[in-house]
Design a protein around this ligand. Structure first.
Ligand SMILES: Cc1cc2nc3c(=O)[nH]c(=O)nc-3n(C[C@H](O)[C@H](O)[C@H](O)COP(=O)(O)O)c2cc1C
Length: 171
């Protein structure tokens, strides 16, 4: 069942096979699954910019300190929020976060890999992505999901279930 076989085995992938592209059908599937995420007032304020052009990837890499592995990856999927479409002030961040998690799980479910790399809340990265991708003012970049076929599957995480982080009825 995906709950156990999938949710518990997803890891951030940072090494990719440079020779394998993501098919258009697979890309459409994972974006579809991202768009089935929950969102405030069901406004679905997420927007996506798929970057697979080598030159554009390099430009993004120059403006983010932790995405050198984008070079070998098939694509960077920049998850953005439309502040004109959000339920209320600040909801674009939450909508984009749920979509990003769905996207990561969808990639994993297809045998692809991905890594959420933070753009928001770093104002310098946000401004640079805004410029490089020619985003209108109302379109805010939250994250770049670096995606592709894994060249290396990270080891499984140690147990993360901590009952001591759960409180009942009061703190
Ligand atoms: C909000 C957020 C920001 C992150 N930013 C980065 C990043 O900039 N670069 C990176 O390599 N990984 C980034 N990650 C991935 C985390 O490092 C990773 O999820 C965490 O170490 C747990 O590992 P796992 O995803 O393999 O379970 C980010 C994850 C989240 C949720």
């Amino acid at each position: 069942m995906f709950l156990e076989a999938g949710l518990l085995t997803r890891r951030s992938v940072r090494k990719f096979d440079p020779d394998k592209k993501i098919s258009d059908a697979d890309m459409a599937d994972v974006l579809k699954i991202a768009m089935y995420a929950p969102s405030g007032c069901n406004k679905q304020s997420w927007r996506f910019v798929v970057v697979d052009d080598a030159k554009r990837k390099e430009e993004l890499m120059q403006n983010h300190p932790h995405i050198a592995f984008l070079r070998e990856a098939a694509a960077g999927i920049v998850v953005c929020g439309d502040t004109n479409s959000q339920c209320d002030e600040g909801f674009w961040v939450l909508d984009c976060a749920t979509a990003t998690q769905n996207l990561l799980l969808a990639l994993h479910g297809k045998g692809l890999g991905g890594c959420w790399c933070a753009v928001y809340p770093y104002v310098d990265r946000m401004a640079a992505f805004q410029r490089v991708l020619n985003l209108p003012d109302n379109i805010k970049p939250l994250a770049i999901v670096v995606a592709g076929y894994p060249a290396q599957i990270p080891p499984q995480p140690q147990n993360r279930y901590s009952p001591d982080k759960v409180h009942h009825n009061q703190w």
